[in-house]
Design a protein around this ligand. Structure first.
Ligand code: ADP
Length: 539
C-alpha cells in the first residue's frame, strides 16, 4: 500500500525560493574578480537567478544540456548553481587548476555547449579553446566595464530580463551537477548529482550531527565552488538561511582575515592548505579572529597541530571526510554525550584526530581484503565501503555500476570505525605503505611530523626497498626562516610513532599538491622511486 502524501519532487531551486521567502533580507556578499565588493540578499539573488535562467534559456539550450563554468567563489557562480539546474540544465563545474589535458577532457566529456568563465581565467580558456569540441558560446562572468572584448558579458546578457520564472517541475532524479574527480589515477571520472541527491544532502548537512547551521551563521565557503559544489555549502547554507560571504579568488591568509573580520564570518571550511596560510598569517601579524567560531576542514587529513592552533584562538575545528562520489559529505566530527563523558581533553582529541562520525544517510562498513566484515572497535582497519541516497551509483557515460550488488561503493580508503561511530582514515588504498608485510600509515606519519616545530607541511610516500619491498620516505616543507634539520624531525618523530615507521630518508623540498589541494603522492612516488634502490638488501 502506498502512502497518501504529496509526491512533490525535490528541486534545487526550491531551496533558494524558500530562502528568498523566509530569509529575504539575509545578505549575500561576494568579493569580485578585481571588482568592488558585491552586496545583495536572498530575494535579490532569486531575481538575478531568474534573469540568468532566462538568459541561459535564450542560448537555445535544451533540457539535459550541459553548461560548464570555469570560475572562482563569487556570487555569479553561486547564481548559476541555481539558475542552470532550475531549468533542467546540468552544471559542470570545471576545475581551472587541473592540468590542461584533464581540463579539456572534462569539458569535452561533459559535451558542454556553453562555457561561463571568470575574467582572470581567460588565459586558461584561450590555451585550450581550439581543443574544445562542443562549446558554442563563451560568456564572461563580469560587469560590462571590465569584460574583455570578443566575449559575451554575463551582466549585459542578464540585464533587463524578466526577474521571475515559472520554474518547471522536474523529476527529482533529473541530473543537476556534473563534478569530476581530480584524476590523480587515470582520466577524471564524472559524478552526476541529481536534484534529489543534492536536496537530501543539503537537509542532512545542516543537521546538528553534521554542520549544524542556523540563520545566525555567517558562512564563508573557502572550498572551491568547483570542487564537489564546495561540499554542498551553497545548498546546506541556504536551506538554513545563513548569510553567505564569497571570497572570490583570494585565498591567501591576509585576504581571508580581512574578509572574515569585515563581514563577521562565524563559519568557514576548506582544505588544510588554505588554513595553513591563514594560521601562518595570524602568527606573523599577531592578530586574532574576533568573529570566527567554527571551521570545517577536510579533503585530506587535518594535522592535529592545526586543530590545536585554532583551539588556542578560540575557534572549533571539525574534521570532515568525503569524496566527490559522496556529494561529498560522508562524516563530520561532532561530539556525543558518551564522548563528552570522557572529559574535555579526550573529547577534543577524538574530534581532531578522527575523520568524523557517522551521519544519517551514509551507511558505512569496513571489510578485510577477503571481503569479511570487520568489527567497529576502533582498531580493526579495512576497506571503507559506503552507500546512501547521495552516493554515486555509476560514473557518467559508463555502462557498469560502480557498486557491488548490495549497493556498496568502495571508497578506496582504509579506515577504522569505533564503537561511537567515529571513522578514522589510516590511508588511501593506493598510498598504503607495506613494509615487510606490515602497514605503515602515511597519514599518521604526516600528522606526527606536522607537530614538529618548524614543519609547515610533511608528505610521506612508500618507495621500493630491496629488503622490505617498500619503505616510507618523507618530504618536509619548513616554515620560512625555520632552522630545521633531518635529525630534528627524526628525533621528534621518535616520540610519536613506532620506531620501524621512521622514514628511511627525509628530504627538504616543496610538497607537490594536486588540483584539489591534496598531496600529490603519485608524483612523489615517481620522483623519488629510486632513492632506496641501492640500499643494501641486508640493511
Ligand atoms: P579526488 O578527485 O582527489 O579523489 P576527492 O575530493 O573526491 O578528490 O577525494 C576524496 C578523497 O580525499 C577521499 O577518498 C580521501 O582519501 C581523501 N579525504 C577526504 N577528506 C579526508 C580527511 N578528512 N582525511 C583524510 N583523507 C580525506
Amino acid at each position: 500500500m502506498l502512502g497518501l502524501m504529496q509526491g512533490r519532487p525535490l528541486a534545487i531551486i526550491d531551496i533558494l525560493r524558500y530562502a528568498a521567502a523566509a530569509h529575504a533580507g539575509q545578505e549575500i556578499v561576494s568579493k569580485g574578480i578585481d571588482e568592488p565588493i558585491w552586496r545583495s540578499d536572498y530575494a535579490g539573488t532569486l531575481q538575478r537567478v531568474s534573469q540568468a535562467a532566462h538568459m541561459l534559456f535564450g542560448q537555445g539550450l535544451c533540457a539535459g544540456d550541459r553548461v560548464s563554468t570555469l570560475a572562482w567563489n563569487t556570487h555569479r557562480h553561486f547564481e548559476l548553481f541555481y539558475a542552470a539546474p532550475g531549468i533542467g540544465l546540468v552544471l559542470h563545474t570545471a576545475n581551472p587548476r587541473l592540468p590542461d589535458e584533464h581540463l579539456i577532457y572534462t569539458i569535452n566529456h561533459a559535451a558542454s555547449r556553453v562555457l561561463l568563465l571568470d575574467r582572470n581565467l581567460v588565459d586558461v580558456y584561450e590555451r585550450i579553446a581550439s581543443r574544445l569540441a562542443t562549446v558554442e558560446t563563451v560568456i564572461m562572468l563580469s560587469d560590462p566595464e571590465r569584460a574583455l572584448p570578443g566575449y559575451e558579458c554575463y551582466e549585459t546578457l542578464i540585464s533587463g530580463r524578466e526577474d521571475s520564472v515559472d520554474w518547471p517541475v522536474l523529476d527529482e532524479n533529473t541530473a543537476a551537477f556534473l563534478c569530476y574527480t581530480s584524476g590523480t589515477t587515470g582520466d577524471p571520472k564524472g559524478v552526476l548529482y541529481s536534484h534529489r541527491s543534492v536536496v537530501l544532502h543539503a537537509f542532512a548537512a545542516g543537521l546538528s550531527g553534521a554542520l549544524g547551521f542556523s540563520a545566525f551563521d555567517v558562512v564563508m565557503p573557502c572550498q572551491s565552488l568547483y570542487h564537489a559544489t564546495a561540499w554542498g555549502l551553497p545548498f546546506a547554507g541556504a536551506i538554513n538561511g545563513v548569510k553567505f560571504v564569497f571570497p572570490g579568488d583570494r585565498f591567501d591568509g591576509a585576504s581571508l582575515e580581512a574578509l572574515i573580520e569585515s563581514e563577521r564570518v562565524t563559519f568557514s571550511g576548506g582544505v588544510p592548505t588554505i588554513w595553513t596560510m591563514y594560521l601562518d598569517h595570524l602568527k606573523r601579524t599577531g592578530h586574532k579572529p574576533t568573529s570566527l567560531k567554527r571551521v570545517i576542514i577536510g579533503g585530506s587529513a587535518v594535522p592535529r597541530q592545526m586543530a590545536a592552533s585554532f583551539d588556542e584562538l578560540g575557534v572549533n575545528v571539525q574534521q570532515i571526510w568525503g569524496m566527490t562520489e559522496t556529494s561529498p559529505l560522508g562524516v563530520v566530527a561532532t561530539s556525543t554525550p558518551a564522548l563528552a563523558q570522557r572529559g574535555r581533553e579526550a573529547e577534543l582529541e577524538h574530534i581532531w584526530t578522527q575523520q568524523g562520525r557517522m551521519m544519517f544517510g551514509i551507511e558505512m562498513t569496513i571489510r578485510d581484503e577477503a571481503g569479511n566484515l570487520l568489527p567497529h572497535d576502533g582498531v580493526a582497519s579495512g576497506v571503507l565501503l559506503v552507500r546512501g541516497p547521495w552516493v554515486l551509483e555509476r560514473y557518467y557515460r559508463t555502462p557498469q555500476s560502480a557498486c557491488d550488488p548490495e549497493g556498496w561503493f568502495d571508497t578506496g580508503d582504509i579506515a577504522t570505525i569505533d564503537e561511537l561511530g567515529f571513522m578514522r582514515i589510516t590511508d588511501r588504498k593506493k598510498d598504503v605503505i607495506k613494509s615487510g608485510g606490515e602497514w605503515v600509515s602515511s597519514i599518521e606519519l604526516e600528522n606526527a611530523a606536522a607537530g614538529c616545530p618548524g614543519v609547515k607541511v610533511a608528505a610521506v610516500a612508500g618507495v621500493y626497498h630491496p629488503k622490505w619491498e617498500e619503505r616510507p620516505i618523507m618530504l618536509v616543507e619548513a616554515h620560512e626562516g625555520a632552522l630545521l634539520g633531518e635529525e630534528d624531525v627524526r628525533a621528534y618523530l621518535k616520540g610519536c610513532v613506532p620506531a620501524w615507521w621512521l622514514p628511511d630518508r627525509i628530504f627538504f623540498a616543496d610538497v607537490p599538491m594536486t588540483a584539489t589541494g591534496k598531496i600529490d603522492k603519485k608524483l612523489i612516488r615517481d620522483r623519488y622511486a629510486d632513492v632506496l634502490r641501492d640500499v643494501s638488501a641486508s640493511g
